[in-house]
Design a binder for this molecule. Structure first.
Ligand code: HEM
Length: 476
């Protein structure tokens, strides 16, 4: 990558808090973050000072600098106690983005403490990582069954051709069902959990209470599985580290719930969107059956974790054109880095060559763990694949530039994904059998946990899904 043409001038050596910053979260940013990143890059170079809900932050824009921040753990710390403004009590009262960062779990740990927590996590997620174990195989079969069942419900409710919101009526319930199952929840997780996670990540006004509610739910789940272990991630976490208290385990589950329900769900929607809006390389890889590659390309074009977790400078350091002081906060932007990457390597975008250089999974010691990536990749490819398997025709009902995006500093996610669809003639969803039960569409109700999934449980899951999908419209 070319060295940046800007030189540091004296104003740029001023402390972050004394620079005048433009607010990042504007309506322009919601609609077209790329143009904001581009303007910041032209004004400041690879690193720009911005305001995040009233707090100045260094936004790291260029690929090379983002990689440096993600990889150099001794310089860029995750522990929030390194943040000078917080330590000195200079943050606005109830700054909405703080709630999530105050939850002390693996993502916000450094060094040995982080490594040991990551080890526990690897051990616990291992059985679900791929389809070679009974747990992995059963989970994957369940994802297919859930997806088919949701499409069948859509067809039963709206007909073999009609309109649907693939975010609310397909992706969100699908991810809630997967999370309920993976975590071993005795009852299904509700849509309210997803909304609470949104409120926290997007820095809404009630981010604090929303975080508290989601944490409390996960802590109750931890206590439940300690008393009644099962074949699920919660129980395997306890097996891997029996010293975890319910509160500690609740905090780890909480973070995983963010990734599973929200981030993976957004990856599903963003991938569907790239296909529907006609992204040529995404479409090409999809029709070539390279569905994993489809996800890579969608991640490059529209990564769900647009701006990664904050890091804090351990020592004074030069980054881009600025002198960053010890204790300053930086936000590495994978979305902006991808823009930079595409500008320098446009051949990647035009060809069908793999482009794993994307930062959709992060990089360095805190990157998404392998087992989680494998699992997420399977969920995304299955969820996207089942749509194109069942639907002969599916098209957006709004022009892509009018789709409503969430407003927030972390996630690039759609509020709705409205489509017009037509089921294919051979889709089993055209023929929903009367009295069909959950998991009957060729999918599997797992043998290990089958006893827990009684008919009664499945019918209540189905009933609550109907409420979730059709939100009272049909009085379900
Ligand atoms: C398509 C879906 C997913 C995407 C795009 C994604 C992306 C990411 C990214 C970008 C990071 C690094 C964040 C940073 O450094 O600030 C990360 C970390 C992490 N992800 Fe994923 N993730 C996904 C799915 C999952 C799933 C399904 C799980 C769990 C079941 C998971 C668990 C984690 C954990 C535990 C970390 C923190 C690792 C650490 O701090 O050492 N992710 N993920």
């Amino acid at each position: 990558m070319e060295p940046h043409p800007f030189g540091a001038d004296p104003a740029e050596s001023l402390p972050l808090e004394s620079l005048s910053v433009e607010p990042l979260l504007t309506s322009e940013f919601d609609a077209d973050p790329g143009s904001v990143y581009g303007r910041l890059r032209r004004t400041y170079g690879p690193v720009a000072p911005v305001g995040l809900l009233g707090v100045p932050v260094w936004l790291v824009l260029d690929y090379r600098e983002v990689l440096e921040v993600l990889r150099n753990e001794s310089q860029w710390r995750r522990d929030i106690r390194y943040w000078r403004a917080r330590a000195e009590g200079r943050l606005p009262r109830e700054w909405p983005l703080l709630a999530g960062y105050e939850v002390r779990q693996m993502m916000f740990m450094d060094d040995e403490e982080h490594l040991s927590a990551r080890g526990t996590y690897h051990a616990a997620l291992g059985p679900f990582q791929d389809s070679h174990t009974p747990q992995g195989w059963e989970l994957r079969s369940a994802v297919v069954a859930y997806a088919d069942e949701l499409i069948a419900m859509l067809a039963a409710e709206s007909g073999s051709a009609g309109f649907a919101d693939l975010a609310a009526q397909y992706t969100r319930p699908l991810l809630l069902m997967v999370t309920t199952r993976l975590f071993g929840c005795p009852v299904e997780l509700g849509d309210e959990l997803v909304m609470d996670l949104w409120r926290m990540l997007d820095g809404g006004p009630d981010a604090g209470p929303a975080t508290g509610r989601a944490l409390a739910a996960m802590t109750r789940l931890a206590a439940h599985r300690r008393a009644l272990p099962g074949d699920d991630l919660t129980s395997y976490m306890l097996l891997a580290d029996p010293t975890l208290s319910d509160e500690q385990l609740g905090r780890e589950l909480f973070m995983n719930a963010v990734y599973l329900t929200d981030i993976t769900g957004n990856m599903v929607c963003n991938t569907l969107l790239e296909v529907l809006r006609g992204n040529a390389t995404v479409r090409r890889s999809l029709s070539a059956g390279l569905i994993g590659e489809t996800v890579n390309r969608a991640a490059l074009a529209n990564t769900p974790v647009a701006n990664m977790c904050f890091r804090f400078a351990a020592r004074d350091v030069q980054l881009g054109n600025f002198r960053i002081r010890a204790g300053d906060i930086v936000s590495p932007s994978s979305a902006a880095a991808h823009q930079d990457l595409m500008a320098i390597g446009s051949h990647l975008v035009d060809s069908t060559v793999s482009t794993r250089a994307h930062l959709g999974w992060g990089a360095g010691p805190h990157q998404c763990p392998t087992a989680a990536r494998e699992l997420a990749g399977t969920i995304v490819t299955t969820a996207v694949g089942r749509i194109f398997e069942h639907f002969a025709k599916v098209e957006l009902t709004l022009p892509p530039d009018q789709l409503p995006w969430r407003s927030g500093p972390v996630v690039r996610g759609l509020r709705l994904l409205p489509v017009r669809y037509e089921l294919s003639g051979s889709s089993p969803a055209r023929r929903p059998a009367p009295g069909r039960t959950f998991g009957s569409s060729g999918g599997v109700v797992p043998s290990g946990t089958g006893a827990r999934h009684s008919d009664r449980h499945e019918w209540s899951l189905l009933a609550s899904l109907r409420r979730l999908m059709f939100g009272g419209r049909k009085g379900a």
